[in-house]
Design a protein around this ligand. Sequence first.
Ligand code: DX5
Ligand code: ZN
Length: 221
Amino acid sequence: MKRPIIAPSILAADFSRLGEQVAQAERAGADWFHLDVMDGRFVPNISFGPAVVRTVRDATKLPLDVHLMIEQPEKYIDAFRSAGADVITVHQEASLHLHRVLTSIRETGAKAGVSINPSTPVSMLEPIIAEADLVLIMSVNPGYGGQKFIHAALDKIAQTRALIDRSGSRALLEVDGGIGPENAGRIVAAGADILVAGTSVFRQQDMAKAIASLRIPIMTT
Ligand code: DX5
Ligand code: ZN
């Protein structure tokens, strides 16, 4: 039975008590933390930078999965690694030299992730799949939490799973946006290893119940 890694997105947390919220989510069963960095250019919203990653780093030992929704991500790899990022994910759409960026992330000792937006085909990942430790499939248009899951993402998750398997890659397959108990099972069945969940964890009264509801065991045939 496939049991997904649950990575709550701190974008949905109460920033007035971020350290407490991180500790609470960790006690509730979070496996990783997902940190959504936004620059107001690659996506319309602006969120936070390395200082917040450092704050979360000081609050937990769990892996920090930093999602760079920014232009020219290559300029910030070292800053996010020094702030405590374990995984650094850049967008294929934001990287003129994606192969070089992924290699440079690995050279810092972090895991290299690549993300594609809802309108970007999975085939764009083929030339660089060997350089990726993680593939992040966006199931919402990036920029905001609390959006509805885009159902077309299920096909892309299955295509990405097939690409990872046939290429012999060991990349983890992560899905991000609009994930809740109502769709987690289908997302894992389509091939996801990691579920990013902001609203469906941090905006819930009982975080432990919320996280458990995302871990619906899927009988893989
Ligand atoms: C959107 C972010 C997602 C978002 C997920 O740009 O990449 O991680 O915070 O939030 P929910 O789970 O609320 O859709
Ligand atoms: Zn994200």
